[in-house]
Design a protein around this ligand. Structure first.
Ligand code: FE2
Ligand code: FE2
Length: 193
């Protein structure tokens, strides 16, 4: 189980910013927090435990992205009469950058780039007035159905990472296209970190 059972999630919670967040927000922001913890364990840990944390992070992140791309953004677009959310294109570029980064072997450079993208991306979704709040209000009438779709979303097949300079250069290009500094990634073996 990667996301909490929506049936078991309380209807709403008052956060410290005094915003009343509903079940969808809690589900997705909770998944961000879970993924943040796994990435921290992978970054700070060592050995088998760190490797296992990174394996779970990759799998969880790709599933989270898939839920947003295949369920959330299309549902919001439908409720807007076919017009995508204003931030949809930016979210998709970020998702592409994150998915590309998941192709690289775990290293300080990979972790730094993933953290930088998530630090820019997650607030777009979680902030007051952000994508999750906007979607929650748009999909209000079909909330239960969307939550169940999220809960039952399948695991995304995760390919092994690839230690290749060609892949490294391609990932840098995707990062740049999404608006990030390609220098976040340092070629393995060239600069001590
Ligand atoms: Fe996202
Ligand atoms: Fe997200």
């Amino acid at each position: 189980m990667y996301l909490r059972n929506p049936v078991a999630v309380t209807k709403s919670v008052m956060h410290s910013d005094q915003t009343l967040h509903g079940r969808f927000y809690q589900l997705m922001a909770g998944d961000h927090a879970r993924l943040d913890n796994l990435l921290a364990e992978a970054t700070d840990g060592a050995g088998v435990a760190a490797t296992e944390s990174y394996r779970r992070f990759r799998e969880g992140l790709l599933r989270h992205i898939s839920i947003e791309e295949k369920i959330l953004l299309p549902a919001a677009q439908r409720r807007r009469g076919g017009t995508p959310l204003p931030l949809a294109e930016k979210l998709r570029l970020d998702h592409g950058a994150l998915a590309a980064l998941m192709m690289l072997p775990p290293s300080a450079s990979t972790f730094r780039a993933v953290r930088a993208v998530l630090d820019a991306h997650n607030p777009l979704e979680e902030s007051p007035g952000g994508v999750y709040e906007e979607c929650e209000s748009l999909i209000e009438s079909e909330l239960d159905e969307v939550l169940l779709q999220c809960e039952s979303a399948p695991r995304v097949p995760v390919s092994p990472w690839v230690d290749s300079s060609k892949v490294f250069v391609a990932v840098k290009r995707v990062l740049l296209r999404a608006g990030y500094d390609e220098a976040l990634l340092i070629s393995p073996g060239t600069v001590p970190e």
